[in-house]
Ligand binder design. Sequence first.
Ligand code: GUE
Length: 299
Amino acid sequence: MADIIDGKAIAADVTAKVKIVADSLLEKTGIQTGLAVVIVGEDPASQVYVANKGRTAKACGFHSVEHKLPEDTSEQALVDIVESLNNDPAIHGILVQLPLPKHIDAGRIIQTIAPEKDVDGFHFINVGKLGTGEIDTAFVPCTPAGSMLLIERVLGKDLSGKTAVVVGRSNIVGKPMFNLLLAANATVTIAHSRTRDLEALCKTADILIAAVGRPQMIKGDWVKPGAVLIDVGINRIDAPEKGEGKTRLVGDADFDSCQAVASAITPVPGGVGPMTIAMLMANAVTSAYRSAGEEAPSF
Ligand SMILES: Nc1nc(=O)c2c([nH]1)NC[C@@H]1CN(c3ccc(C(=O)N[C@@H](CCC(=O)O)C(=O)O)cc3)C=[N+]21
């Protein structure tokens, strides 16, 4: 039976450290880390995440601002808000919650965020730095960064000799995950919907990252005995066993069958999700340190 990797507890460790270093920057330089989260529209899941971010930012002692904009906000109005945050010296990190409404070009908005405040790590400058190994001055996307920290807790920092398979090729998770695993010396393959014999490929992985967005797709008999399984998926499915109309969260891996085979596995909820928020806080305080010309701590 695999050990369950307690993402909630590890995320709490990270945010406790963020608070300590944020307090120490404030004491030394008078700079309070500022994080701005911008949300457009009313998607209920997005509202939950944004509320979590605001709460955690306050717990870290940050200056936390939230811009809640109506669904019919124009692209230009959003560009103007991002530019005003770029120019606001009290703000060190800017996150524009995705997805954006269809009438807004999300790519244009992301590239409008100043790279040095892009705590999501989605700007071309940060993507390029990660892709060329300049990780120390980049912002790394929060979900992959948090997943790496969980892997580090189990396997250490050096993944030499390990085979990793990332299932999913998104810009937000799959591709940055590939780069981080590669930088840690793993031998990495990205699989996706057009991969032939996905099951056999997954079975080669010492480290398996499930980031496809399909509930419970990865089954125990796809997993190499002793593998470390990081489940990035967060899917809400019907749970009639809990009562009529009830739902529950599941990952992209079928937890019970995978737990029987892996050596360590992240649960959903309580795995990668809380780490995403913790790494956002880490990126924000890192940005504040850089703005002060101070050496940023590592997490
Ligand atoms: N620009 C941008 N950056 C993001 O990082 C971003 C985004 N947009 N849009 C939405 C997704 C989703 N996301 C989550 C963060 C935390 C949890 C999380 O804390 N989940 C908990 C509980 C989830 C629940 O109860 O609903 C868990 O897995 O244990 C989930 C999902 C960040 N995202």
